[in-house]
Design a protein around this ligand. Sequence first.
Ligand SMILES: [Zn+2]
Ligand SMILES: [Zn+2]
Length: 304
Amino acid sequence: MGIVLLFYKYVTIPEPKRFAKWQTKICQDLNLRGRVLIAQEGINGTLGGTTESIERYKAIMREHESFADMDFKENAGSAEDFPRLRIATRNTIVNLGVDPRELTARDGGTHLTPQEVHTLLLNKPDDLIILDTRNMVESAVGKFTDAVIPPIKYFRDFPEYIDKNIDLFKDKQVLMYCTGGIRCERASAYLNVKGVSKKVFQIQGGIHRYAEQYPNGFFRGKNYVFDNRIATKVNDDILGTCGICNISYDDYTNCLNALCNKHFICCVSCKEQLAGTCSVHCQTMVFEKKAPTRPEFGALNTPR
Ligand SMILES: [Zn+2]
Ligand SMILES: [Zn+2]
C-alpha cells in the first residue's frame, strides 16, 4: 500500500506548458499515476504511488519557492487507483465557468480551520447556512448534517444556482465546503463579491481535513473522490440509496453497457439481477445484441 496525494495551490504559474513538461518528467520518473491540471492561476492534482515516491514528489515540489508551503493531503492508496498519468494545461484549475481574470480566489470567503468549523457547528447560529459546492453524485453518499445541497451536475452550474437562489443567502452567514477545498476558493468568491451575505466562510482543506480531525463529527457518510476508489469512508452512516430499488446503500457502479456507462449507486442484489447494467434495456443490449462492454472502470469518473 502506498499513498494517494491530493493538493492544489492558487499561485501564478507564468508558463503552464513548460511547467507541465517538468511535472510530467517528475511523475514519470517516480512512476506516479493520476491527474495534474496546470493553469496560469495555479495547480490542482491528485497522484498515487508508493510511499517512497510520493515522499520524493513532495520534497521536489517543496524545493520550488512557489510550492514550499503546499498543503499535501494524504490517503492510503497507490498508483493502481488511477488508470494512467494525465498532466494537462487548462485555462483554470477548476471549471466554475467564470473567467479567472474576472473572479479570482483572492475574493474568496474567510478560511476556517477544522477546529473552528467544529466549534461553529457545535453552537450553530440560527443564521448559518452550510452549503455544499459539489455535485449531486458526490453529496448523495456523504455531506454535512443540515447542509443545503444544490441540484447541480457540474461545478460550472454553481454560479447559476447561486444567481437563482440568491435570496436564500441574503443576510446569512454561509459556510461552504467541498472535497479538499479547491472548489470553495472560487465558489465562495462568487458569492462573496455579490455582497449580500453577512459573512462567507470556507473550510480550510475541505471535507478531507475536517474528517481527518473529526471522523465522527458533523460530516456523515463518505467523501467522494475522483479516482478508482470512488469514495473514502469517513464514518458508518450510509446516506445513499440504490438507484434501482431504493434501499440504503452507497457503493457506486458503472453500467456495463459501454454506450451507457451510467455512474450510479447499485446494491448487491440489483447488480446481480441486472448483471452489472443499469436497466433491463442495457442488460438486453449487452447480453443479447452484444454491445461493447467496458468492464474496466475509470473513464467516466473524472471531475468536470
Ligand atoms: Zn437495489
Ligand atoms: Zn445503462
